[in-house]
Design a protein around this ligand. Structure first.
Ligand code: OOG
Ligand code: NI
Length: 462
């Protein structure tokens, strides 16, 4: 008997991401339109901005650009979250970061499942922002118990998916045929369902408590609610969306436009109103809005210090605006953001010297030619041109931006205030493991690149 080799988890993730994109494109045609627009814009940037093209080539991001996307789902129980963690692990995706959305009036906390090593990210940077509903925040105990009982009855994974997850865990991987079957079976969990699992009246009660609660509780599974391609010029896409029949939200979330992009900028189009049926009404239909489209532009991963500066400037701009950004105050918001962010150095050297971002180092031709010249410091090598630094791309999410995206889709101006906030411990208990600190991952990647440079130059790097 010949032993069939396992397919690498990175390749399973790459295939799954493609399968998910194909499914979503078929189900939500506007996503396809957005993808086309993003692709055209990216091509334009790569043609007309040679410095950007050069930088992406150096960091290897050119190859991953076209397949780069993230999605989002929301689950209802600890058991669902824990099994999802196992499902994602088959694809080499780990829970990174903890995001608390309650300050924004959204009763969930979240993590992002993604690859953690730079080489794995290179094969597929696919991420899934995954939120767990916090039913304990529903004050109406009768409604809470109803929601719990509905969730207790559903099973969001196919039997075959569960079997393949267990098999991958026991055997240490999946062979070609099993990996292909796994992708198909896993996809089922994220599919849209046209029929709710509750009556019209029950749906109304859940929705009246919070639209997000109805979205999680009233359906058979955690439908993927958006898939986000990565663009190299989000302002250009935002501007062209209306001409392509897509209406964007009022403002771009995240930092303002800069020469040297940082973190993450995002914009979305509003959730579609889609027809659904209820268990007691086969003929007459209701509607549910959950699925939307989003695009993002990614920039440098910031250190704790850089992030603190980002948060301070963002809060200062928002405080001065005195309201949530919306259609009416969008121009003022953008002006305030630009004004406040003038304090954040907008060049690679400035960000590096002040310790605001993480970097990857590359040995230059000149450096390689001078190989073996004893000891040196990073600073010296950069100064003499033996090394070059490029910022590490931010692979994660931003809670304030996520809240803005949630809100623009919930469409509800009314803010809910929850007494209880962040509860990472409860989230990790539900997840069945700890979440990974994203800053530690960036620091490790940076350290590995320094070590590689030292080896390439044949020196001790101090
Ligand atoms: C998730 C919203 C957060 C992002 O890109 O920040 C998100 C959701 O609506 O479920 O996807
Ligand atoms: Ni998103």
């Amino acid at each position: 008997m010949t032993v069939q080799p396992f397919v690498s988890p990175d390749l399973i993730r790459q295939r799954f991401s493609k399968a998910m994109s194909d499914m979503y494109r078929e189900e939500v045609p506007l996503y396809g339109a957005l993808m086309d627009l993003v692709e055209k814009t990216n091509r334009n940037v790569l043609t007309h901005q040679p410095d950007v093209a050069e930088q992406l080539k150096r960091t290897g991001e050119t190859e991953r650009l076209d397949m780069e996307r993230h999605g989002a789902i929301r689950v209802g129980t600890a058991a669902e979250l824990a099994t999802l963690a196992r499902l994602f692990a088959v694809m080499g995706m780990q829970p990174v970061g903890y995001y608390d959305l309650t300050p924004a009036g959204v009763p969930v906390h979240s993590t992002a499942f993604r690859a953690v090593h730079e080489e794995a990210l290179q094969i597929s940077p696919f991420r899934v922002f995954t939120s767990l509903l916090r039913l304990e925040l529903i004050e109406d105990s009768e409604l809470r118990e109803f929601a719990e009982s509905v969730l207790a009855q559903r099973s969001i994974f196919t039997d075959a998916a569960l079997r393949l997850i267990a098999q991958a865990e026991t055997a240490g991987g999946l062979n070609e045929a099993d990996a292909a079957e796994f992708v198909l079976q896993a996809l089922e969990t994220f599919r849209w369902h046209h029929s709710a699992t509750v009556t019209a009246a029950q749906y109304q009660r859940l929705s009246a408590q919070h639209r997000l609660i109805a979205d999680v509780v009233a359906f058979k599974g955690p439908h993927i609610n958006h898939l986000t391609p990565r663009t190299l010029d989000i302002d250009a896409v935002q501007e062209q969306m209306p001409a392509h029949g897509i209406t964007p939200k009022a403002v771009i979330e995240g930092p303002p436009r800069r020469n040297c992009p940082i973190l993450l900028r995002q914009t979305s189009f509003k959730a579609l109103d889609e027809p659904i049926t209820f268990t007691d009404q086969y003929e007459s239909r209701g509607s549910h809005s959950a699925r939307f489209g989003e695009i993002e532009q990614r920039g440098a991963a910031l250190t704790r210090k850089g992030r603190a500066l980002y948060d301070r400037l963002l809060n200062a701009a928002r405080d001065e605006l005195g309201d949530f950004p919306n259609e009416a105050n969008a121009a003022r918001y953008n002006a305030l953001m630009t004004q406040h962010f003038a304090e954040f150095p907008d060049n690679i050297d400035g960000m590096r010297e002040q310790g605001l971002a993480y970097f990857r180092y590359f040995a230059t031709e000149k450096g390689l030619a001078a190989r073996g010249r004893g000891e040196s410091s990073l600073e010296d090598l950069l100064r003499v041109g033996y090394l070059k630094a490029e910022p590490l791309v931010y692979e994660d999410f931003l809670p304030v931006s996520a809240a803005g995206i949630f809100q623009s889709n919930l469409g509800d101006a009314a803010q809910t205030h929850y007494g209880e906030h962040s509860n990472r411990q409860a989230f990790e208990q539900a997840l069945g493991r700890a979440t990974i600190d994203e800053l530690a991952l960036y620091a490790e990647t940076q350290q590995r690149s320094i070590k590689e440079c030292a080896e390439a130059l044949g020196i001790n790097l101090t």
